[in-house]
Design a protein around this ligand. Structure first.
Ligand SMILES: *Cc1c(COP(=O)(O)O)cnc(C)c1O
Length: 537
């Protein structure tokens, strides 16, 4: 059975939506390219890639399609100021801040924390460079609780709220048009794909696309790969959006098919959650990258992982992969970091990128120079600490600092930070180890410098974070001490394989050790009993 269905109405083309106002940002179709080499590698009889990354408007990607209609309609046409919420690395906020600049409007960007993975900092740098204001929230939940209007829509503090992901009945018209566009391209080429794969975030792209394909008489199934947690990607949400879109289309004289949309939401590839990369998603990025298709791991990687898994399982043979991401690289202001809200800047500072540069500072922190090496670490309860280099009390200092500085860490990860630091120190020179002992004594008692008469470990996590940031503000050696402490925490944290997927790091080239956790670097060494070359001569 072919995918082109007989319809009572004649199939619609993109002109069907011409009565609805739009900005005209998306005109010519984005390219539909065959990927024969990748198709045969995956065992597919045909693979086409819909290159929305090449759309000219707003840096490309799928978001300009929605904004093309959304921003041409009330209440956005009359509003000078917009507000929008998204993750710190949100692609929607990138497109919106570019749109605001282009149309001479101001954007209040409300950012919630997610782990910084590949591409997140690029997007954040762009948004920070272009948005009129930035507000930071510790999580999506705290944003939802403190500013519900940002998710609900309407007006928030004088700014018209852009719905999350740009998904609204009007915004989805952009993807209905995209579905009509793809159908026309497929018809021209005589292609009949069984499935169209794309990531599902706020679901507007997938619902609009499925509607557009249906209106064009194309029966290909839209496989929407959820990249957000289940409560945000339910069938009910999808069905509700489809109904609202049907009503919007009716306003423009477009009659919608009575049958349910051919749309399946696949929840099997989200992994630990939104904005956290998965191993299979990273592998899929690598596979597509080798074929010249650059996708990021947070959206496209997960959709590609589903495509690869289905191809291997023989569940699909003719597929379209919808490339939804923007192009890179993005321009950024030199001072973008300085524009971030301080709480967000502090949180980003404890990342491995900053780490390599600061490891040297840690080593440079001299015992004599701090002047507090004599401070003794005493008065703590005995515990079951089993490190080899750090004392039990020192392990508590590391843990206390990590709890304050690594807000995204789980309790289990925090418990292992000190062990990770201890393992790292085993390979350090005696002088380096002495410096770390001094550093820990300094930060524990350095709270006195901040006018506090209590030790760091006896403060609440929020107070501890304050102490460390006040050290950082004082500059010089005090700042170095604060950074050294952050480095130690990050070292202990990022040694843990459970933290790697969020970084886009796939792990060492050797397998994990027998007792789990530590990689078997021994496997890279010579077999037992082997002699150095010189000795065997
Ligand atoms: C926003 C986005 C999507 C998802 O679109 P929704 O309509 O929100 O489901 C897919 N890919 C990328 C790269 C995006 O930025």
């Amino acid at each position: 059975m072919g995918v082109w269905m007989l319809r009572a109405m004649s199939p619609l083309g993109v002109a069907a939506l011409d009565r609805a106002p739009r900005l005209g940002w998306v005109d010519a179709p984005s390219p539909l390219e065959a990927a024969p080499a990748l198709a045969s590698e995956l065992g597919l009889s045909s693979l086409l890639v819909k290159r929305d990354d090449l759309l000219p408007a707003l840096l490309g990607g799928g978001k300009p399609r929605k904004l093309d209609f959304l921003l041409a309609a009330a209440p956005f046409t009359g509003a000078r100021r917009w507000a929008a919420a998204g993750a710190i690395g949100s692609g929607a906020l990138v497109a919106l801040s570019a749109a605001a600049e282009q149309l001479g409007r101001e954007l209040d960007a409300h950012l919630f924390w997610t782990e910084p993975s590949t591409g997140v900092l690029d997007n954040l740098a762009f948004t920070a460079s272009h948005a009129a204001s930035l507000t930071f929230y510790r999580s999506r939940a705290s944003l939802a609780l403190t500013r519900p209007a940002l998710l609900r829509g309407g007006v928030a503090r004088g700014a018209v709220v852009v719905p999350p992901g740009g998904t609204s009945p009007v915004g989805m018209l952009g993807f209905v048009r995209a579905g009509l566009e793809l159908a026309a391209q497929l018809r021209d080429r005589g292609e009949e794909p069984e499935r169209v794969y794309l990531p599902l975030g706020s679901a507007g792209s997938a619902v609009g696309l499925a509607m557009g394909l249906a209106l064009a008489g194309c029966g290909a199934e839209v496989r929407a790969i959820a990249v957000v947690e289940r409560p945000l990607s339910t069938r009910r949400r999808v069905d509700g959006l489809a109904r609202a879109l049907g009503a919007e289309l009716a306003r423009w004289g477009v009659e919608t098919p009575g049958a349910p949309l051919s749309l399946v939401v696949d929840h099997d590839h989200v992994g630990r959650g939104y904005a956290v990369a998965t191993e299979e998603g990273l592998a899929a990025c690598a596979a597509l990258g080798a074929a010249g298709i650059e996708v990021e791991p947070i959206y496209g990687g997960k959709a590609a992982a589903a495509l690869l898994a289905d191809a291997r399982g023989g569940r699909v043979s003719r597929a379209v992969f919808w490339h939804t991401a923007r192009r890179g690289p993005l321009p950024r202001a030199d001072d973008w970091r300085a524009r971030l809200p301080p709480a967000l800047r502090r949180r980003l500072d404890v990342t491995p990128g900053a780490l390599a540069a600061r490891r040297r500072l840690l080593l440079a922190l001299g015992v004599g120079a701090t002047g507090v090496a004599v401070a003794r670490v005493t008065g703590y309860d005995a515990d079951d600490w089993r490190g080899l280099v750090l004392s039990g009390p020192e392990s508590r200092i590391v843990e206390a600092a990590a709890e304050a500085l690594l807000a995204s860490a789980t309790a289990e990860q925090l418990r292992r930070v000190a062990l990770g630091v201890d393992a790292y120190l085993r390979g350090m020179s005696p002088r380096g180890v002495a410096e770390v002992h001094a550093l820990l004594a300094f930060v524990e008692h350095g709270t006195l410098l901040g006018g506090r008469m209590r030790r760091l470990t006896s403060l609440s996590p929020a107070e501890r974070e304050q102490v460390v940031s006040s050290l950082a503000r004082r500059g010089g050696l005090l700042r170095d001490a604060a950074r050294g402490l952050e480095d130690l925490c990050a070292l202990g944290f990022y040694q843990q394989p459970s933290t790697w997927p969020a970084l886009g790091y796939t792990g060492p080239m050797v397998g994990p050790g027998r007792r789990g956790g530590w990689p078997t670097y021994e496997a890279l060494g010579a077999p037992p009993g082997a002699l150095p070359r010189a000795a065997s001569r």
